[in-house]
Design a protein around this ligand. Structure first.
Ligand code: HEM
Length: 512
């Protein structure tokens, strides 16, 4: 070995050691005082996790660190901190943690939000971006226009079941785009299976924020299922087979229809068609797995997220009737009263877009986004972010920042009409945070842009949405709680939904 090479190696080793030592000398981000061993276990809340996180943001600032049994959790409370770390340092902030229970025992290691950062995640993203980019989404617009007509008719025929009707729209339109499968009723078997699996995932598998004893001590996965205390393994086996059915049934439906020559065009059919005919077996299997799991993840991720947004829209219209009237006046002036609005009208309906933006901000459907795992030790503004920490962008706090959104608790669409500089306008657009950050950012954002906008526009054009009244004619105030740990989905509430006029009723009935 030559002397210059030897000197070079020694210098590199010394530098790495110096850097490591220096790093451990740096402070962790501030946060509430932890207990020995247990850390901040007692500071955590399983319900509305974003509320304590926001209290800490006020007390400790943009970046907050807590730990539970040594597992670090980092909260990024400002838009700038989230962009600096999750976007700009996406190469080390895009991983997901190893979750033995969910990924290995329940078999969800290929479900997109759980996939570790690497080749599989990159292949999956390429497939999804191909089908969900802005250009591709415009080809689905006629489909959303026709699906929304069915939604309006169901809302008028059975207004009390508005949640079932909206769920049929959000699930049904994604099933059409992804699998070419048309839902005919709210009792559809694939909608019911999705409902069952979503409940399983968010209330049972993600129990205690998704961390199981076997995640902390992975060797527990080897204990036999019959062993006392191994109930988690028996549960995992049952859950695994239900989730596998959910992944396989719609995908095999597409394959069978393609064989029979009856398949409509869809994400799955297009990609299966494009599959190389003479590739090696492992390539064919890998592609099949990638399509199967991305399709399922898109379906699963879309139903409750879009439903949540539309429920917040209804709540806003019930509580801010003057906003609804102003939007209806815009629609009457631009579209008239004899037809439904269409995507061609969108450019001429700026107030409807303001309402859409404000629904995303005010409702904050995924208030803590989905967690990312840091792959290497990092330093941010003089603070040490340890490798393996789980990072949450605190979107709720960003959307309640009074310096960007004065009177943040108010539903006030006009705030987007103010002339502001480019940097403020970027911070004000809720789309910059509501879909997450960095390389794991929601791939469905363009689809949401069309599929939710058309519902908001068509409902406002034809329906009056208001608080229901009790027998004495007094308005019933909505009494909302938020039970889901990931989505800020409102609990059941009552809402009065009626056609705006005879003419609106006719427009709804004439459609399709
Ligand atoms: C209003 C509706 C929606 C909202 C608010 C929403 C929000 C989000 C958020 C916050 C994330 C986490 C991003 C991150 O980890 O940084 C996410 C991930 C994801 N979303 Fe959405 N989403 C919506 C609709 C959809 C739709 C319609 C689809 C597909 C058709 C979809 C597919 C996905 C997938 C596959 C992921 C996982 C991405 C990954 O981990 O790489 N979402 N979404």
């Amino acid at each position: 070995m030559s002397i210059p090479l030897l000197v070079g190696i020694v210098l590199v080793v010394l530098y790495v050691r110096w850097w490591r030592r220096k790093l451990t000398e740096l402070p962790l981000p501030p946060g509430p005082r932890p207990w020995p061993m247990l850390g901040n276990l007692f500071d955590m809340s399983l319900k509305e996790m974003w509320l304590p996180a926001t209290k800490w943001a006020k007390q400790f600032g943009d970046v907050v660190y807590v730990h539970i049994f040594g597992q670090g959790l980092v909260y990024l409370n400002s838009y700038d901190a989230a962009v600096d770390l999750l976007d700009r340092r996406g190469n080390i902030y895009s991983d997901k943690p190893r979750l033995v229970m969910v990924q290995e025992l329940c078999g969800l290691s290929n479900m997109v939000p759980f996939v570790r950062y690497g080749d599989v995640a990159r292949r999956q993203r390429r497939l999804m971006n191909g089908a969900l980019n802005t250009r591709a989404v415009t080809t689905y617009e006629p489909l959303f226009e026709s699906e929304v007509q069915g939604l309006l008719q169901r809302l008028v025929a059975d207004p009390e079941n508005f949640i079932g009707s909206i769920r049929q729209y959000t699930g049904g339109s994604t099933l059409l785009v992804v699998y070419g499968y048309r839902v005919r009723s709210s009792q559809d078997k694939l909608l019911k299976l999705a409902d069952e699996c979503m409940t399983l995932l968010s209330t049972k598998m993600a129990n205690n924020v998704g961390i199981w004893p076997v995640d902390v001590i992975p060797a527990l996965k080897y204990i036999p299922s019959w062993f006392p205390g191994a109930g988690f393994k028996r549960n995992a086996e049952a859950w695994r087979s239900l989730m596998q059915e959910f992944v396989d049934i719609p995908f095999e439906y597409v394959k069978q229809n393609m064989k029979d020559g009856t398949a409509g065009s869809s994400y799955c059919s297009i990609l299966l068609e494009e599959m190389p005919k003479k590739a090696e077996q492992w390539i064919l299997e890998q592609t099949d797995t990638d399509i199967r799991w991305t399709a399922n993840s898109m379906y699963l991720a879309s139903i409750d997220s879009m439903l949540t947004v539309l429920l917040h829209f209804l709540l806003a219209m019930m509580q801010y009737p003057h906003v609804m009237r102003k939007a209806q006046a815009e629609l009457d002036a631009v579209v008239g009263r004899s037809r439904l609005p269409s995507f061609k009208d969108r450019m001429s309906l700026p107030y409807i877009d303001c309402i859409f933006s404000e629904v995303l901000r005010w409702g904050a459907p995924v208030p803590m986004s989905l967690l990312h795992r840091v792959m290497e030790d990092d330093v941010y503004n003089g603070m040490r972010i340890p490798k393996g920490s789980l990072v949450f962008p605190n979107v709720w706090n960003m959307f309640r920042d009074e310096s960007v959104f004065p009177e943040p608790h108010k539903f006030h669409p006009e705030r987007y009409l103010n002339q502001v500089d480019e940097a403020t306008s970027r911070r004000m657009d809720p789309r910059g945070a509501v879909f997450g950050f960095g390389r794991r950012k929601c791939p469905g954002s363009h689809l949401v842009e069309s599929s939710v906008w058309i519902v908001i526009a068509c409902m406002l054009a034809t329906l009056d949405i208001s608080k229901p009244k009790d027998e004495g004619g007094k308005e019933i105030e909505p009494d909302i709680t938020f039970e889901n740990p990931v989505f800020r989905t409102p609990s059941l509430f009552k809402c009065s939904i009626r056609p705006r006029s005879e003419e609106a009723f006719r427009v709804i009935q004439q459609s399709i």
